[in-house]
Design a binder for this molecule. Structure first.
Ligand code: KIV
Ligand code: NA
Length: 259
């Protein structure tokens, strides 16, 4: 199958075709997701919460992102692989963002970096884009700012927030972002952004009008202890895994295993 690129995603938007994104954190999940029809594998800094046991994405380091992204790249054959730049590795300056992106791209072989932030990150996105880096922007609920907002609640509910998000979307698009993640914002706002701007949008908790949808691997498969309301589990792997381990543990204790 042909390698997916930023241009593939733009063409899909222009032809009104949906694309499918899913997070991945290792080679096995990358292989499964891609074979099952995902176009984009996002190595999200949700890694910190779903794999590493942290209670937010704040503690995740660039080294950890690189370690997992390299594994995802080894597991993929044609999917587009995006790596989240974690908290503190791009906000200080556009030069810091460039240095972090170069490490990610050179040490993992992935295709793009994602950064959280709208209007205030536009100058950084322009700087990276002008230097040949594919940047995905992420606005709306931006989990790296959870300490400032105090919750993971919906964004863009007030008129003021709505206008700011429209501005954010426009400025990251003008700055050269190749795609835009919209997290936990009202459906009609996500629809307006998707309909007005040329950049492909990727929704999570943002309704069905986005050009793509993304979910967290552990949520989709029912591995997480609990899911956000906008992320339905399509399987109950937590139960299946638990049952298998528990049957085996019983067999070990009773002497039925190995036999
Ligand atoms: O870290 C992550 O998994 C993400 C997606 C949920 C968009 O940023
Ligand atoms: Na993220």
């Amino acid at each position: 199958q042909k390698q997916i690129t930023a241009a593939t995603l733009l063409r899909a938007k222009q032809h009104n075709e949906k694309t499918v994104w899913l997070t991945a954190y290792d080679a096995v999940s990358a292989q499964i997701a891609e074979t099952a029809g995902c176009d984009v594998l996002l190595v999200g800094d949700s890694l910190g919460m779903v794999c590493l046991g942290y209670d937010s994405t704040i503690p995740v380091t660039l080294d950890q992102m690189i370690h997992h992204t390299a594994a995802v790249v080894r597991g993929r054959s044609h999917a587009w692989v995006v790596c989240d730049l974690p908290f503190g590795t791009y906000q200080q300056s556009k030069e810091q963002a460039f240095a972090s992106s170069v490490r990610v791209l050179q040490e993992t072989g992935c295709d793009a970096v994602k950064i959280e932030g709208g209007e205030h990150m536009a100058e950084t996105i322009r700087f990276l884009s002008d230097r040949g880096i594919a940047v995905v922007a992420h606005i709306g609920l931006t989990p790296q700012s959870v300490k400032k907002f105090g919750s993971y609640g919906k964004r863009g509910k007030s008129e003021g927030e709505r206008l700011q998000l429209l501005k954010d979307a426009e400025s990251v698009c003008n700055a050269g972002a190749v795609s835009l993640v919209l997290e936990n914002i009202p459906t009609d706002l996500a629809g307006e952004i998707t309909g007005t701007l040329p950049v492909p949008t990727v929704g999570i908790g943002a309704g069905s009008d986005c050009n793509a949808q993304v979910l967290v691997w552990n949520d989709l498969l029912g591995i997480s202890a609990s899911n956000p309301p906008f992320a339905p589990a399509y399987a109950n792997l937590r139960q299946i895994m638990s049952d298998a381990v528990s049957r085996w543990a019983d067999d070990v204790k009773s002497g039925r295993f190995p036999e």
